[in-house]
Design a protein around this ligand. Structure first.
Ligand SMILES: *[C@@H]1O[C@H](CO)[C@@H](O)[C@H](O)[C@H]1NC(C)=O
Ligand SMILES: *[C@@H]1O[C@H](CO)[C@@H](O)[C@H](O)[C@H]1NC(C)=O
Length: 254
């Protein structure tokens, strides 16, 4: 199959993005890097899991077998957007025992974030077939198609630093961070800082570079997002856009 045929087969599967204000132009132009930054920041607030990549240290350690030094290590980890001071930096709960956070100490890391399309509605059935399950519907409505390649995903590069006060549930910052984090990850209440089993600390991932793949390149931006664009996105901007599969801003069902 020719590449162009494949592309035109895949294109009808993609959902349109909602970008701020002039959404009528969405299908006729590719969102800018700044508009993509807004979508990316919304994804961060709605996505509890990411894949964190680190590098095994070049010096051998009793934790790891020989031969893994310098190799990439990628694992699913809990993420959140709970930093009251710097909301553009993911908030992570670093467990000392975790291989990801051992590798990340004093090093750079990458977190990959993927927008998960909300479940699609089942194909609708005609009035008659709903009344009678034995009635075979002559014109079944086709289910909406799904293409993961059409959905936005990105990687954030950076390094970790402590969030001052966040480990102390009695401080203002600690209260805010811990309430936010456990609302995203209720099960994490068992390994919050100060628990009896595993030493843990809240850390912020200071984002230094952002690489974005918004979907198919004819309608989505693919490339680097300036860290200033990533940081400057406001709460209002995040609330003013919608991602593929979300209820549109006007509240009507898709
Ligand atoms: C646990 O990790 C933190 C950094 O996140 C470090 O400051 C602390 O010393 C470590 N604790 C132990 C017992 O190694
Ligand atoms: C992390 O990346 C920065 C560039 O953003 C670089 O200057 C620094 O050396 C890196 N740190 C380590 C420990 O490799």
């Amino acid at each position: 199959m020719k590449a162009s045929t494949l592309l035109s087969t895949l294109l009808p599967l993609t959902s349109a993005y909602s970008v701020p204000k002039d959404s009528s132009h969405v299908t006729s132009r590719i969102p800018t890097a700044r508009e993509s930054a807004i979508l990316a920041r919304r994804i961060l607030t709605l996505t509890p899991l990411g894949t964190i990549s680190t590098i095994f240290p070049s010096t051998s350690s009793s934790h790891n077998p020989k031969g893994v030094e310098g190799k990439p290590h990628a694992l699913m980890e809990y993420i959140s957007a709970c930093d009251p001071l710097y909301p553009s930096n993911p908030t992570l709960l670093s467990l000392n025992i975790s291989s990801t956070f051992r590798n990340a100490a004093g090093a750079n890391l990458t977190v990959a974030v993927t927008w998960t399309h909300p479940p699609l509605p089942p194909p609708s059935r005609s009035f008659f077939s709903r009344l009678n399950p034995f009635f075979s519907d002559p014109t079944p409505v086709k289910a909406q198609s799904y293409s993961a390649a059409a959905l936005p995903r990105y990687s954030l590069m950076g390094y970790l630093e402590p969030i001052e006060g966040a480990d102390d549930p009695k401080s203002d910052t600690g209260q805010q961070v811990q309430a936010c984090y456990t609302s995203v990850h209720p099960d994490a209440k068992y390994w919050l800082p100060g628990n009896r089993i595993h030493e843990s600390h809240f850390v912020r991932m200071v984002v230094t570079e952002i690489y974005w793949v918004g979907g198919f390149g004819d309608r989505a931006y693919i490339g680097w997002i300036d860290a200033k664009d990533w940081e400057s996105v406001t709460k209002e901007e995040i609330e003013g856009v919608r991602l593929p599969g979300e209820k549109p801003l006007d509240g009507k069902d898709l």
